[in-house]
Design a protein around this ligand. Structure first.
Ligand code: TRP
Length: 373
């Protein structure tokens, strides 16, 4: 989908995204104070991912919480396409999903689309995808989801169950709808054309597993929304509730403009980066600083375009007063970029060390999480 010069599709996010425009174009809703107040009541607090608007839009999130209040089973569904190593940007929806799981005590269904990445990327072999699936799985487990309530599966191994649901979905989706929604062409392989049914299928997985009425909520980045349009169209035809969704922005890459992308390694902090690598990437990141210290003192910096500031804001400085002060001091020319870089590098390094420790521990826990046919 095009918006003010940027492109947002499930496979491509390019340019500076205007999120207000996206809300209109995708036909989703902004998160209102009423809804957030309901969430705050349940949780006791709102995470900075919400208060700083990293999660900024939704579809029927209020209705999902209402279902929960009425005693209807409320479940969560999210996923990961294993096309490479995991970076910080991938983690944002997962961290938020864990928060929701903790707050609502919800079962979580976590799809790994090994089929998608194999079909959509001519260069990736089955072996590559298997390797990434195994690696990514550890990063997912390291987020700390409740093992008793979290069910991770891959499409190429949980196939019997997934194919059963996906064919039910696919029967109600015409080629013309798939083409209009995803931009398929004559040269798309036929696996790609079927794939949206595989990604829509887990919206109905909990119901299929035990026949119980369930309201599913999908926390994810906004680019996945086209799949949920298909799922929501099909849901009543299969006798299920339409899935609700809550959607995040993209974390910017470390360069000027664009989101963090595994295909541009120098713009991404990978969860496997060493202390040295991560520090170097932060130190080389794009800032809103002036070319010289004197100019910075005189004119001030521009936190609105600064990647370092945006990381502190969205993830690494949870203290509101401190973030406000950083913004002010930068603009007034009192704060130099080196200081912010130092602070961010320190926090990123600590975050990675903690994650890598939990990732090591995850190696013995895989079986507790995996869903099998
Ligand atoms: N298509 C997603 C990706 O490429 C993976 C995915 C599958 C997903 N199911 C999902 C993401 C549900 C969010 C929610 O990464």
């Amino acid at each position: 989908m095009q918006n003010s010069g940027s492109i947002v599709t499930p496979w491509e996010v390019k340019g500076d995204v205007n999120y207000d425009d996206l809300i209109k174009q995708f036909g989703v809703e902004p998160l209102t104070d009423d809804i957030l107040e309901r969430l705050r009541k349940q949780a006791g607090y709102l995470p900075t991912l919400i208060t700083r608007k990293m999660f900024f839009s939704h579809r029927e999130f209020g209705d999902w919480m209402e279902s929960y209040d009425k005693g209807i089973r409320a479940a969560l569904y999210t996923g990961r396409g294993p096309s490479g190593n995991t970076h910080l940007g991938h983690l944002i929806p997962w961290i938020f999903t864990k928060y929701l799981q903790d707050v609502f005590g919800a079962e979580l269904y976590f799809q790994m689309t090994d089929d998608e990445k194999f079909l959509f990327n001519q260069e990736l072999t089955k072996e590559d995808v298997k390797k990434y699936t195994k690696e990514n799985l550890l990063d997912i487990i390291a987020v700390g989801f409740d093992p008793k309530k979290t069910h991770i599966f891959t499409n190429l191994t949980f196939t019997k169950t997934m194919y059963g649901i996906a064919t039910d979905v696919a029967k109600h989706v015409t080629f013309s709808t798939a083409k209009a929604t995803f931009g398929f062409s004559e040269s798309s392989n036929i696996g790609m054309v079927f794939f949206p049914a595989m990604q829509a299928a887990p919206c109905f997985l909990p119901q299929r597993l035990d026949g119980k009425d369930t309201h599913v909520l999908i926390p994810c980045a906004i680019d996945q929304e086209p799949y949920w349009r298909i799922a929501r169209d099909v849901a009543p035809k299969l006798g299920y509730r339409k899935p609700a969704g809550i959607y995040s922005k993209f974390i910017p890459g470390l360069g000027a403009g664009g989101k963090m992308s595994a295909s541009l390694p120098e713009t991404a902090i990978f969860l496997s980066d060493t202390k040295k690598e991560a520090t170097k990437k932060v130190k080389n990141a794009f800032t809103g600083g002036q070319p010289t210290v004197n100019e910075q003192k005189e004119k001030g910096g521009n936190p609105d375009i600064c990647v370092i500031y945006s990381y502190l804001f969205s993830m690494f400085d949870e203290d509101d007063a401190s973030v406000t002060e950083t913004y002010r001091a930068c603009k007034s020319g009192e704060r130099m970029c080196g200081e912010c870089k130092e602070k961010l590098a320190e926090r990123v390094v600590k975050f990675l060390a903690d994650h890598q420790k939990r990732r090591e521990e995850a190696k013995t826990k895989v079986d507790e999480y995996l869903l099998k046919d």
